[in-house]
Design a protein around this ligand. Sequence first.
Ligand SMILES: Nc1ncnc2c1ncn2[C@@H]1O[C@H](COP(=O)(O)OP(=O)(O)OP(=O)(O)O)[C@@H](O)[C@H]1O
Length: 747
Amino acid sequence: MADDGLLVNFDIPTDAFTINHTTFKGGHWKDRLTAKKAAAYGRQKAAGIVNFQASDRGESDLRPAKRQKQSEGNHVASNSLKREVISSLFTYNPVSSTKPVEKPSNGEEVPIEPSNAPEADVLSSFTGLGLSTTLASHLQRKLNIKAPTAIQRKAIQQLCADDTDAFLQAETGSGKTLAYLLPIVNRIMQISKQMKAAGQNFTRESGLFAIILAPTRELSKQISTVLESLLSCCPWVITSTVIGGEKKKSEKARLRKGLNILVATPGRLADHVNSTDVLDLGKVRWLVLDEGDRLMELGFEKDLQRIIGALNMRARKALEPPIAGLPEKRTTVLCSATLKADVEQLQSIALKQPVSIAVGADEAAGNTDVASQVQAFSAPAQLRQGYAIVPAKQRLVTLVALLKQTFKRKGSVMKSIVFIDAADSVDFHFEVLTRGASQPTLSENVANPAVNTKGSEFRNTKPSIPQGQTIAESHTEGRGTFSGKDNEVRVFRLHGSLHQATRTSTLKAFSDCAQPAVLMATDVFSRGLDVPNIDLVIEYDPPASKDDHLHRIGRTARAGKDGRAMVFLTPGCEEGYINILKEGRPRTLTRHEADELLKKGFSPATGIVSAKSWAEAATEWQLDVERWALEHPKHLEQARRAYQSHVRAYATHVSAERGIFDMQQLHLGHLAKAFALRDKPANIGVPGQRPGKSTTKARPRAASATVKRSRTDDDADTGAAVDEADAKRKMREKMRAMGGVSEFNLG
Ligand SMILES: Nc1ncnc2c1ncn2[C@@H]1O[C@H](COP(=O)(O)OP(=O)(O)OP(=O)(O)O)[C@@H](O)[C@H]1O
C-alpha cells in the first residue's frame, strides 16, 4: 500500500494531519511506531490518508479524518504529469436523505404466490381453450408445458375464435410468446386441414400467412426457436427469419423458396418489402408486433408504416385461387409487458378497434377500458425487489462485494445479470471483474462446448477468431475475480457494439453455461430475452425509464420461478426513485446500505486472509484496481471512456425522472473513483472514440422525447432518442461547475 501513500486500520485523531507532531496512544507499540512513521511519510508525501477503524467499531466511528490538502508535486502520474487524486472510499460521502421505512428483514422469507405461473386449474387445459389435440399433446409431451398461464388462457380463447385486433399485455415472464404463437399455429394447421379437404396441397409455397416483428435480432431468434419447437408437430408448416446480420441475397433465396410464418426485425423486413419482388404479402393474415412499445421507441415507426402500408395494399387484391379456411381479414396483435407510452400512436398505425387481452391488477379489478388497462403494469408478485443506497465513490467496490456475497456458496445463485448504461462501461467493468484471471476465448468455448461447462479446464490455446471479429471482440467471457472459494463464476459481456456473431455466440454461451455466471449487459438485452435460471438482476446503473426497469428485472422470476432484483441508487436526489419503485406495487422492497453490503462481501470470511477489517479489504481492493488502471494505458483509456459514456448516458433519463437523476447533483469527482480513476474530472479526456461508431451508445428517452435518432436493426443497442449534443453540453456545464471548490481541486 505504500505506493498509494495510504494508512489504513489505525485509529488516528481527526486532526492528525493538520498538526506537525502527533502523539499516538494506546495499542501495541509496533502499531504506534508504524502509525507515526506513516504519518510522517504522509506529511512528506502529502498523501490522502484513510482513517479506518477495526471492524468491530460502529459506523459513526468510520467518519473521516479531515481531508488532507494535497500539495503540488505529490501523486503525480509519472507519464502524464497530471495530478492524481487518491481519495478515501469512506470520507466525504453524502448522507442518505431517506429513512428506511421498511421493516428490517429477520432473514426469513415469507413465500409469495407467483403471479405469472401456469394455472393449476385442470379446467384450463389447452384443448378446452380451442387448441387441437395434436398441438396440445405436443406441448405436453415434447415441450413439457401442461397448463396455460393466465394470459395464454385468455389469448388462446380470443385469437382462436375471433379475428379482431388485440393488445396483449401481461407481466414479464408470463408466456406471452406462446400466447400469440399457439393460436396462429393452430389456425394455420386448421387451414392446412381445410385445404387438404378441398383437394388443395399445403406446402411452403402455399403462402406467407403470418409475420412476427421484434425489435432486436436476439429476440427474433428466440421467438423463431420457440416457433420451430411448436412446428415440429406439423413439419409441413415452414418458418424462417429475416433479421439482418447475413447477406440479403441468402435471405432473398429463403423467401424465394417459400415459407408460411416469418419472424423479422422491422428494418430488414421493410428493406425486403421495397426490394424483394418474391415477397408476397397478399396472404398475410396475422401480424404480431412483439415488444410493440419498444419498436416505437427505437424509431421503427417509418419501417412499420411501410410494412403495414404494403400489407394493406396487397390484401385488397382478391386471391386466385382462394385458399380454403383463410380468414377474410388480417388480425394484428400488439404485445408487451408495458404498452403505455406509444399505445395511441401504434393504434393509429396498426390496429383497428382492438380488444384488450390483459392480465394484471386492474384487469383483475374488472377494469375493461383498453386505454386505462394498458397503463396498469407491475412486476411479477414473487419477484423480491430491493435497492441499495451506495455513495458514488463506493459503487464499484460495492458491486464487487455484492457479487462476492451472492456467489459465496455453491448452488445458492446460478446466474445474474448486471445492467450497465453504456457499451464502453460494460467493457470496462468486464475487464475489472475478470482482470488477472485466465481468459478463455469465446471461439474456444464455442468450438468445444464441453469445456465451456468446466471453467477449470479452459485452455490457453491460440483462438480462431470468427470472420469479421477482432481479437478484442472475441474476448467476451472470463473467470470472475469475485468467484467463491469453491464456486467459480464465469463472467460474460454483451452490448450492441459487438459484432453480431459475437453477440449471438456469447448469449448462447451464457444461456448454456452450466456453472454460475454473470452477464454484464446494456439494455439491448433487457427486452423479452428468456434465459433460464437467472436468479438475480442488478441494475448497477438505474434504468432510463420505469418501463425499462420492469423489463430489466423481468429477466428473473419467470413462469412462476423465484427471483431477486436490486437497483443501485446514490444518496440524495436519486433516492426519489424509491417512490417510483413503489408505484410498481412490489410485494417486497428491501433497502440495503453500502456498508452492510461491503461488510458482507469483504469480511475476512470471504477469503481475504490478510484483511484486518472489511473496510480495509474493500480499500485494498479499490486501490488495487486503481493501480491496475494506472499501470495499463489500455485500461486507463477504457476507464476514462467508460466514465464519460456513463455521464453522457446519465443525461438521457426520461424527462419525468430527470429531477431524480439530476446532472447538477452528480458528483463527478466521486464518480471517477467508481471508474478507478485518480484524475480530476476536468482532466478526463476521451482519447479517441469507439472504432466504427461515432460515440458510445446512450440510452433511449421516452417516446415523448422530441429528439429521436433513427435506428437500424444493425444498430439496435440501447435505444433511440439520444440527444448527444444536449448530454455533452450538460456535462460541460457540470465540469465547469466542478471547477469551483471540490474535493478534487485542493492543493
Ligand atoms: N404454460 C407454460 N407452462 C410452463 N412454462 C411456460 C408456459 N408458457 C411459457 N412458459 C415459459 O415461460 C418462460 C417465459 O415465457 P415468455 O418468454 O413467452 O414470457 P413473456 O411474457 O414474453 O416475457 P417478456 O415480457 O419478458 O418478454 C419461457 O421460458 C417459457 O418457456
